[in-house]
Design a protein around this ligand. Structure first.
Ligand code: HEM
Length: 455
């Protein structure tokens, strides 16, 4: 059952392309905001193909064909070469970019790190970050940029579950190094991810070797110290990964593999979760009725406390709101692959070396898959309702589905429920809505400044 919202009122969306654009116009638009090169047809058709700068590409929005790419025919759809070459200096040949046997053993060795029990034992760090956010909001004026706040909160979580607390090294040094490192990785242009040729001018240039070197050195030191000192009283991701072993080959991660996978968790997990929370808070301000319902749930469960992992099962509406925010504004709005052998998708020939893109943003607003696709309506996910497989992919799917999805969902629930129980979030008169812009992730341009009232 779906509820009808204020008809005609939709949260901000990207204006998709409705006419045929030449390469120069496409590139100019893509430079501003890569989402602007998605043809509107991608929200109505199963597949859209084209050629840009000599690269043949296909955007695929048909669930069965997506299943073929992400699951059944995974081996001929590896992540795009360019993605790998670009990210390699920052995250090595870690789980995120490795393929075949080298990916498989790392994934098997790391899977136990993310069991529900392990995440629940790390959840007090998430609750502490939620509490610290409240303290910052209390000390601020009544207008707060909630995007900045959510970046700070999720940063605190990810740095405290990776390299912090490793003996002699101060946590400030770790925080600073991680910050500079994240700043560098965020400079990778989406042009690179899509595999567009090198002569197209990039908005900014890639890594400064020094920042990477420094982060790697700090990470190596932290791992050495931790080996010496033994695990923290509550094992964090570093401790758990140190213990991890591939059950089939018994292989354990060496120093560089441990380091690169932990750095991957930082890059993949920090900003994505901050964006989920920022858009969810924006949507709560957009729809006060939803916000009130969310608050009623949070208050009755929390009774003035900060949320914990144990509360999560009792917060189903909070989960619905987060899922709907992930549908409208998926942080990883594009997934791209370079096909290794000819194939057929939706009746169309796909040639070896073509770029295959899954524009998650368009998939989540596809007219054949969603009723009133551009409207905000958390009721879509009521009573555990699951959308058709491969039509909702905020975390990808198949064997390479996000390993941190549950970690991110628990973190988002704890922070959102704690904040909504304590504050009212409202749109600021005369301020424009944030504009969804795809940099490496789907960010709110202009931040998410909201009027925040303590209750
Ligand atoms: C809301 C937050 C998050 C979103 C939206 C998200 C999204 C995604 C997506 C879409 C993929 C698949 C990419 C592809 O197939 O090309 C992915 C993979 C991955 N994510 Fe996440 N992620 C989030 C949080 C996290 C967290 C918290 C961590 C770790 C602490 C993490 C670690 C990873 C890793 C290691 C992979 C690669 C897995 C593999 O290839 O086996 N992510 N993520």
């Amino acid at each position: 059952m779906t509820k009808v919202l204020r008809s005609g009122i939709e949260p901000p969306k990207v204006k998709l392309v409705t006419e045929v654009w030449g390469p120069i116009k496409s590139l100019m638009a893509a430079r501003r905001n890569i989402l602007e090169i998605i043809p509107e047809a991608a929200t109505k058709q199963p597949i859209v193909s084209g050629r840009t700068g000599g690269v043949r590409w296909h955007m695929v929005m048909e669930p069965k064909a997506i299943g073929r790419i992400l699951n059944e025919n995974l081996d001929i759809y590896p992540k795009s070469d360019v993605t790998k070459n670009l990210l390699k200096p920052a995250i090595g040949d870690s789980m995120f970019i490795a393929e075949g046997a080298h990916w498989r053993w790392q994934r098997r060795a790391a899977s136990p790190v993310f069991t529900h029990r392990n995440i629940a034992s790390l959840a007090p760090i998430m609750s502490a970050a939620a509490d610290a956010t409240c303290a910052r909001i209390n000390a601020a004026s009544d207008t707060v940029d909630m995007y900045e706040e959510m970046v700070a909160a999720t940063f605190e979580v990810i740095s405290n579950v990776t390299f912090s607390g490793s003996g002699a090294m101060g946590s400030d040094a770790v925080h600073n190094a991680i910050n500079r490192y994240i700043d560098q990785t965020a400079r990778v242009s989406l042009f690179d991810i899509l595999g567009l040729p090198g002569w197209i001018p990039r908005p900014s240039r890639i890594f400064q070797p020094n920042a990477l070197k420094q982060m790697k050195r700090i990470a190596n030191d932290a791992i050495e110290k931790r080996k010496e000192l033994g695990a923290k009283p509550v094992p964090d991701l570093l401790d758990l990964l140190l213990e991890g072993e591939d059950p089939e080959t018994k292989r354990k991660m060496e120093m560089a593999e441990l380091r690169d996978n932990l750095l991957t968790f930082i890059v993949a997990g920090h900003e994505t979760t901050a964006l989920t929370l920022s858009w969810a808070l924006y949507l709560c301000a957009f729809d006060p009725e939803v916000q009130e319902k969310l608050r009623t749930e949070a208050r009755s469960v929390l009774q003035g406390r900060v949320a914990t992992a144990d509360d999560c099962a009792a917060l189903p509406y909070t989960e619905q709101v987060i899922k709907e925010a992930l549908r409208l504004y998926p942080p990883a709005a594009f997934i791209s692959r370079t096909i290794q052998a000819d194939d057929m998708l939706c009746g169309r020939d796909i040639k070896r070396k073509d770029t295959v893109m899954l524009p998650i943003y368009a998939l989540h607003r596809h007219h054949d898959l969603w009723d009133r696709p551009d409207q905000f309506d958390p009721e879509r996910f009521a009573d555990g309702h699951k959308p058709e497989r491969y039509s909702y992919l905020p975390f990808g799917d198949g064997p390479r589905i996000c390993i941190g999805a549950q970690f991110a969902m628990i973190e988002a629930k704890i922070i959102l429920a704690t904040l909504i129980a304590r504050y009212r979030f409202e749109h600021i008169a005369d301020r424009d809505d944030p504009k969804p812009v795809m940099v490496l992730t789907l960010r709110p341009e202009g931040g998410v400044p909201l009027k925040v009232t303590r209750l």
